[in-house]
Write a protein that binds this ligand. Structure first.
Ligand code: SF4
Length: 271
């Protein structure tokens, strides 16, 4: 893996993302190597020659304007790539950012697939308003290994959620991306609800280079689901997601949990 350094004028960037007013991304690139990686589009904004997953740029620079963050605003760390990739053990970039955010009046939010966040527990606890999200779309670690080979295991993520919650951190579970028929929503909610304050659900969007790769994988590994994937991703049928939406509503009632879904990304983006 090729490592670069990237100096930035300001690591704190204004955001138009729903749910985030400011974002901080300590790295360019991501070594979790998720097969469905949405962030791969970032590749074209940078000059690095290696393909996505084979390079990493470690950012450095000041956090200017932390005093401008209002108390009703959210600062999201890791909006594009994971702030707790394995390299963070050595670089401690994210850790330094958390230290510099100590006086932030807004809510600090981190979304990760890594148990490494637990290293910074004492820093997380210094914030009066903090939320940590863990992404998880399966309890089957062999599927996780295929889809997210560089990220923490299922068991590690469950333990991370539990430890965060037991240490007083507000948590959310980002059930994403939902793989039709493979992601078992009920099983995930049942296994995690003791440690999760809010659930967010997002459907699998297939675009660009990885669309064919994922569909080929389904054909080989899950031929029984090929028909449903064809309907969704070749014929653009929304029926599966409509049903999934109802299922989530029912699960929220059944388990008495807060749940929100982010389906139909492309439509949302157009709006
Ligand atoms: S964690 Fe996110 S950015 Fe990193 S490879 Fe996976 S999907 Fe891409």
């Amino acid at each position: 893996m090729k490592l670069y350094e990237q100096t930035c004028k300001n690591l704190l960037v204004k955001s138009k993302l729903p749910g985030a007013d400011w974002v901080i991304n300590p790295y360019v690139g991501c070594t979790h190597r998720c097969q469905y990686c949405y962030a791969i589009f970032m590749r074209r904004f940078y000059q690095y020659e290696e393909k996505w997953g084979d390079f990493l740029a470690v950012k450095s620079g000041p956090l200017r304007g932390v005093d401008k963050v209002r108390d009703n605003q959210v600062v999201l760390i890791g909006s594009v790539t994971d702030a707790y990739q394995p390299i963070e053990k050595q670089t401690r970039c994210t850790r330094m950012i958390l230290q510099q955010l100590a006086d932030c009046r807004g809510t600090v939010e981190i979304l990760t697939k890594s148990k490494l966040i637990l290293r910074d527990m004492e820093l997380l606890q210094q914030f009066s308003k903090i939320r940590v999200g863990i992404s998880l779309n399966t309890l089957d670690d062999s599927f996780r290994r295929t889809m997210e080979p560089g990220a923490s295991t299922v068991e590690e993520r469950l333990q991370t959620l539990r430890t965060l919650k037991e240490n007083g951190i507000e948590t959310y579970l980002f059930v994403s991306p939902i793989f039709p028929e493979i992601t078992n929503l009920q099983e995930i909610v049942e296994a995690t609800r003791k440690w999760v304050d809010t659930y967010y659900f997002e459907n699998l969007n297939l675009r660009g280079d990885y669309k064919e790769k994922i569909l080929e994988y389904i054909q080989e590994a899950f031929p029984e689901y090929q028909g449903i994937y064809q309907q969704i991703y070749r014929e653009n049928s929304m029926v599966y997601w409509e049903n999934c939406k109802h299922k989530i509503e029912n699960l929220a009632v059944l388990y008495n949990v807060r749940a929100k879904e982010y389906f139909y990304h492309s439509k949302i983006r157009k709006q």
